[in-house]
Design a protein. Structure first.
Length: 404
């Protein structure tokens, strides 16, 4: 436990972190990667270049300062980040490196305002927070390694099938090279893929939601090709689309993630997705019809048009069931889409439509997609009076804030 004086010092820095947080975390990454370039084998380069990781870390540091006397309040955030850390391979020995460079960055950005007293207080606070992460992650590593079909670190998987799902999304069916069993997962979870790309000094790790139900002898990921390799997100996705072939090996970490379907409930479920955000929703939909066939499910997907709409035929097949309803929104339908009635609504999902078509009063809502899409859905659900404990969502990448 921290002394009361230390807690007071940490809390006194909250306004400073609110103002300078991203500057500090940006400097932190510069310093850490400058001294430890080997860590670039773990961290997502795309999130670094886009500033998403810096912003997410700033938010986490700010929250830690706010709740330093009640870290239980941010335990859900700790667990969410810990899932990503376990999936990436972050280990206890990395935490002292992070702590050292975070303190250097605070001192560097704040200058004389970062007194020895403040730096010492943050050093104590960081150690407390790091211990919490290390403890939670130790349990996750043990669970991942000891469960049936589980493993530690990265395991070789063969690309058994590669299926083009749309103009921009391709599915990869992955089976273990050793032909042994694979760990089950909870719908909504993801795996990490570690890529070694020719001409690149460091490895690239990306996390992809599992897009099929658990219980198969394979994992399926459905990957969107990001526009151009000059786009930081595009390097890995384009490599997967263009260079990875059936029979190739990929290094895969065991499933992780806390955005998961609650199958203990029997309430109606509404799955809302935009673009490639449909991948975890597909896993949830297929699981629901398999293990809770009487549970009411509404599947709502938004895409530009049929050219980029992946996995629609799987959804249409499941929608033949009495308990499943599906709706497709196209904001830029083609003439062929119109002629063949390939969508239900032209435009975007609105609060009014949700109120009219969905069981708002008692349903659980799960959604994923581009951040603007997620903000709009979140705002609509809040306006309709849906309680927070029935709203579940996942960011692809570092955490963000839907309330901004």
């Amino acid at each position: 436990m921290l002394e009361q004086k230390t807690i007071e010092i940490i809390k006194s820095t909250v306004p400073v972190l609110e103002k300078h947080g991203e500057t500090i975390t940006t400097r932190f990454y510069q310093l850490m990667f400058g001294n430890h370039p080997e860590l670039l084998n773990i961290f997502n380069h795309a999130n670094q270049k886009q500033g998403r990781q810096q912003k997410a870390l700033a938010g986490t540091v700010y929250a830690a300062a706010m709740y330093i006397d009640n870290l239980e309040a941010i335990l859900p955030v700790v667990k969410q980040i810990a899932h990503k850390h376990r999936s990436l391979g972050i280990k206890p020995e990395h935490y002292p490196i992070v702590g050292k460079h975070l303190l250097l960055a605070i001192k560097d950005v704040l200058g004389d305002a970062a007194t020895d007293e403040i730096i010492d207080a943050w050093g104590q606070a960081y150690n407390l927070i790091a211990d919490a992460f290390i403890s939670v992650e130790a349990e996750m590593y043990e669970e991942a390694a000891t469960q049936d079909g589980g493993w530690d670190g990265f395991r070789n998987f063969v690309v058994d099938r590669k299926v083009v799902e749309s103009d921009v999304i391709t599915s990869f069916y992955l089976k273990p090279e050793d032909k042994k069993g694979i760990a089950t997962f909870i719908p909504g979870q993801y795996i990490s893929i570690k890529m070694e790309i020719g001409g690149e000094e460091f490895t690239h790790i990306r996390q992809y939601s599992l897009s099929d139900a658990p219980g198969r002898d394979y994992y399926r990921i459905s990957v969107k090709r990001e526009a151009g390799t000059e786009n930081p997100d595009g390097m890995v996705s384009n490599y997967l689309h263009d260079d990875v072939k059936e029979g190739d090996l990929l290094k895969v970490s065991a499933p992780a993630g806390d955005f998961i379907l609650d199958t203990e409930k029997n309430t109606p479920v509404v799955l809302l997705s935009g673009g490639v955000g449909l991948t975890p929703m597909m896993s949830m939909l297929k699981t629901l019809v398999e293990i809770q066939p009487s549970r009411e499910v509404t599947f709502v997907h938004a895409a530009a048009n049929s050219n980029v709409h992946a996995l629609r035929y799987e959804v249409e097949e499941l929608s033949k069931l009495e308990t499943v309803k599906s709706f497709f929104f196209y904001d830029s339908p083609t003439e062929e889409d119109r002629m063949n009635n390939r969508f239900d609504v032209e435009g975007y999902i609105t609060r009014e439509w949700l109120e009219d078509k969905v069981s708002v009063d008692n349903a659980d809502f799960y959604f994923c997609g581009p951040v603007p899409f997620m903000k709009a859905i979140n705002r609509s659900l809040k306006d309709l009076g849906v309680k927070e404990d029935r709203i579940h969502f996942e960011f692809f990448g570092p955490m963000g804030n839907l309330e901004e």
